[in-house]
Design a protein. Structure first.
Length: 553
């Protein structure tokens, strides 16, 4: 809530005539005498869904009808500041750009449809900007958002961001390759300003708006105490902003109040996943889960990293609960989107969070507050389905249902030099009681075995586990890599380690060396398997990821 005095509130609600002024950048001023009575309408929202979804970024819209002689030329593309005066008090209600200037059929009037500066940003394509970032300087979410707003200034947008620290500012958005160089966790394709800002805000459990002062602000909804009761000085038929120490209140229009008799479910767990079927990471306790799915800033993360991200975000999501309602009130331009509101009605006491507002009129300026919500929460929400490609077009997916765990991983047949030959196939195998299904897909995780013929009748097998283009084999203990000999007589354990050397004659025609990499983390299991197939007399060695047949000599 913006600073306001009791005297100003009383003035705005006293019935004194109000005046709308549009001050254009070029010097043109349009006031009440040139505006059709009560034709102004301002809409602003941070969430239009039927349940709260963090990350929403929307431009405010402003519509007004003016007389045609207010300007000799079209106002399309022109910027202006809208302000309303009531007595001795003047409040800016926003800065806008005219998107369209349409004349009425009789040419007497013109309707201006306008949006704030965010409208152009949301529709701009930032694919080239993202893919061209210097990752040595922009390696965290905090640096990423700072770089984005710096670039907006270069493009000529009059948008700056508020100076604040967000919970996931320190989270990395790069992977370090074998040479020690940062590699982007995803390559963008069709990446708009809407995508960029949604990714940033969702990753930090907040919303984004441009405030009346033209600054982009990260909005975090107010916390509601469901057990609170109105003070004695707070009369029936009025409402106030929660947390206002002065106890100031405003009346609402009798008969306009409509509210549900429940609060939205309290979030007890946060889940962060790359796809809807991915296990990902989570933190919290059993109950209502808030899922963040498909946010590219969280791509190519290990389970432990995603668990930490979920832990960072839960405190900012846990207490966001509210009572769905709508009502009409005399205009209160000092109230902000995201403010908590309490209503003392004839039917009981209710609290909510201001998610959407519509301001209508001029002299009889009124506002409608409308907040949607459901009692219980579905777990498939907040899924960012955008045209975003993971690094090298790879994605990892682990599916957990009640009865099975299914791991999907890309399989690539390689030569003795590790070159990809593009042969892909499918296998299902049981490992440690979990169903592991290896099938065709694209994957950020890739387990491979590279053989080397030592020229003395032996072959050395080297295990390689990749995340994107980075070899992370030795990030895990050597005991995670186990080797087995498979012949017609059966399967025999032959050792563990990052590599193993075998004698070809011990296997015979059709014998196999099976490499198994297994990583257990709590209830999550990540398992991939590779094998080497021998055929006497061959000249090429082919490591097949999965259980496909190949040749070797």
């Amino acid at each position: 809530m913006k600073s306001v005095t009791l005297q100003e509130i009383q003035t705005w609600h006293s019935g004194i005539q109000k005046y709308l002024t549009l001050t254009f950048d070029g010097g043109l001023v349009i006031n009440n005498s040139m505006i059709v009575a009560e034709s102004a309408s301002l809409e602003h929202s941070i969430c239009d869904d039927n349940q709260l979804e963090f990350g929403t970024v929307a431009a405010a819209s402003f519509t007004v009808k003016i007389i045609s002689t207010a300007s000799q030329s079209t106002l399309q593309g022109q910027g202006f500041t809208a302000s309303i005066t009531c007595g001795e008090y003047t409040r800016d209600i926003g800065r806008f750009i005219v998107e369209s200037d349409e004349k009425s059929s009789d040419r007497r009037f013109r309707t201006l449809e306008c949006y704030d500066e965010l409208y152009g940003v949301l529709n701009e394509d930032f694919t080239a900007w993202h893919n061209g970032l210097n990752l040595s300087n922009v390696s965290t979410i905090g640096a990423y958002r700072n770089a984005f707003f710096s670039y907006l200034t270069e493009l000529g947008y009059a948008v700056t961001q508020e100076q604040t620290t967000l919970p996931c500012d320190g989270v990395s958005i790069v992977t370090i390759d074998q040479g020690g160089h940062p590699v982007a966790n995803f390559v963008a394709d069709g990446y708009s300003g809407q995508d960029v800002l949604f990714s940033i805000c969702q990753a930090n459990a907040c919303f984004g708006i441009i405030d009346t002062d033209g600054v982009f602000k990260y909005i975090r909804p107010a916390t509601i105490d469901q057990s609170a009761q109105p003070s004695q000085s707070y009369p029936t038929g009025a409402w106030q902003v929660i947390g206002d120490p002065t106890g100031r209140y405003s009346p609402y229009v009798q008969g306009s109040l409509d509210f549900e008799e429940y609060y939205t479910e309290t979030i007890t767990m946060v889940s962060v996943r790359q796809t809807e079927k991915d296990l990902g990471g989570q933190y919290g306790t059993e109950g209502a889960t808030y899922s963040i799915i498909g946010n590219p800033l969280f791509f190519n993360k290990k389970t432990a990293e995603l668990n930490s991200i979920a832990q960072l975000l839960l405190p900012f999501i846990h207490n966001v609960t509210y009572m769905p309602m709508e009502f009409k009130t005399p205009a209160c331009p000092w109230v902000d989107i995201g403010d908590g509101i309490s209503v003392n009605s004839h039917y009981g006491y209710a609290q909510t969070v201001l998610l959407r507002r519509t301001m209508n009129g001029i002299t009889a300026l009124m506002e409608e507050y409308d907040v949607d919500g459901t009692r219980t929460r579905s777990d498939n929400a907040n899924n960012q389905q955008k045209s975003i490609l993971v690094l090298n077009q790879k994605t990892n997916e682990m599916v957990r249902t009640v009865d099975e765990n299914t791991f999907r991983i890309s399989q690539v047949e390689t030569t003795v030099n590790g070159e990809i030959t593009q042969e892909i196939s499918t296998l299902t195998q049981t490992v440690a009681g979990l169903e592991v299904k290896v099938e065709e897909s694209v994957s950020g995780f890739f387990f491979n075995v590279v053989p080397t013929d030592n020229g003395d009748g032996t072959v050395t097998m080297d295990a390689h586990f990749y995340l994107g283009q980075s070899d992370v084999t030795r990030d895990y203990d050597a005991k995670n890599y186990n080797w087995y000999k498979k012949t017609e007589e059966g399967r025999v354990y032959i050792g563990y380690g990052y590599s193993i050397t075998v004698v070809k004659e011990d296997f015979g025609y059709g014998g196999e060396v099976e490499a198994v990499f297994t990583l257990l983390s709590g209830m999550n299991a990540e398992t991939t398997q590779g094998r080497w197939v021998f055929t006497i007399g061959g000249v090429n060695y082919n490591a097949v990821i999965g259980f496909d047949e190949g040749t070797g000599g």
